[in-house]
Design a protein around this ligand. Structure first.
Ligand code: SF4
Length: 243
């Protein structure tokens, strides 16, 4: 779906079409002329404000036995003085402060990215590789590198995440044709961001794609680490899981 959405939207932006036809066949053929130079052009046109400040906090509401409760998550990079002022304000307004490790991992990742990730322009695009179409949207793309930001709960998980995040950087670098990858992982229990800035390894990207193709063709999958099954949202329906 994102594939078609991008083709339609970018065709409009690039001036390849002015309106969309009602005929489905014609609609599906829109965007066939979009090339990589067009994607670079759209990326360069993005307005990007380097001075954009990350938010100090986010708020949301939850429902507890005492009724609706307003909660606040503070940006971990705040200075102690600002944090102190916000905590006092929250107390006065009866807003509960929630720490990052109380938030489900997916949402926590999104919040941390908002709070802590470096700001670069980016774009989503799809790439043909053999019989597949690979859709990718890095967290940032500059002339020189692709950027990816991730969050993990603890240093134990950092080692696992490092490998997959760097491999993701290699895939993005391969498809978006960038020399380098910049990867950052924020570790919640250490309140620390780890950074890698390295050359893109296209051999890693190609071997991953070949491994993906092999799994897809044979449907013979390797087992994940046991602990991944314990926390997996597909656990209830998965037949492969570790018990
Ligand atoms: S429960 Fe199934 S889908 Fe989830 S990690 Fe384990 S094997 Fe993979």
């Amino acid at each position: 779906m994102s594939y078609l959405h991008d083709r339609l939207l970018y065709s409009l932006k690039l001036g390849y079409v002015k309106t969309f036809p009602r005929d489905v066949e014609k609609l599906l053929s829109i965007g066939e002329e979009i090339g990589f130079s067009d994607i670079e052009k759209l990326l360069r046109e993005q307005t990007h404000d380097d001075s954009e400040k990350p938010p100090y906090f986010v708020t949301f509401s939850t429902f507890t036995s005492e009724g609706p409760t307003k909660c606040m998550v503070l940006n971990p990079s705040l200075s102690p003085a600002v944090r102190d002022r916000l905590e006092k304000l929250a107390k006065k307004k009866r807003i509960s402060i929630v720490s990052l490790d109380e938030i489900p991992p997916k949402l926590r990742g999104e919040i941390c990215e908002d709070f802590l990730a470096e700001r670069y322009p980016t774009i989503r695009w799809n790439f043909e590789w053999e019989n597949y179409v690979i859709v990718g949207v890095p967290d940032g793309i500059t002339e020189d590198f692709v950027y990816e930001f991730k969050t993990t709960g603890s240093e134990f998980l950092l080692g696992y995440m490092e490998r997959s995040a760097l491999a993701q950087g290699d895939l993005y670098g391969f498809f978006f044709r960038r020399q380098n990858k910049r990867v950052q992982i924020y570790v919640v229990n250490q309140a620390e961001t780890y950074t890698w800035h390295e050359k893109v390894d296209t051999n890693v990207a190609i071997s991953l794609l070949k491994a993906f193709k092999r799994f897809d063709e044979t449907r013979e999958f390797t087992f994940p680490e046991k602990w991944k099954c314990r926390n997996c949202s597909f656990r209830r329906i998965c037949k492969q899981k570790y018990r």
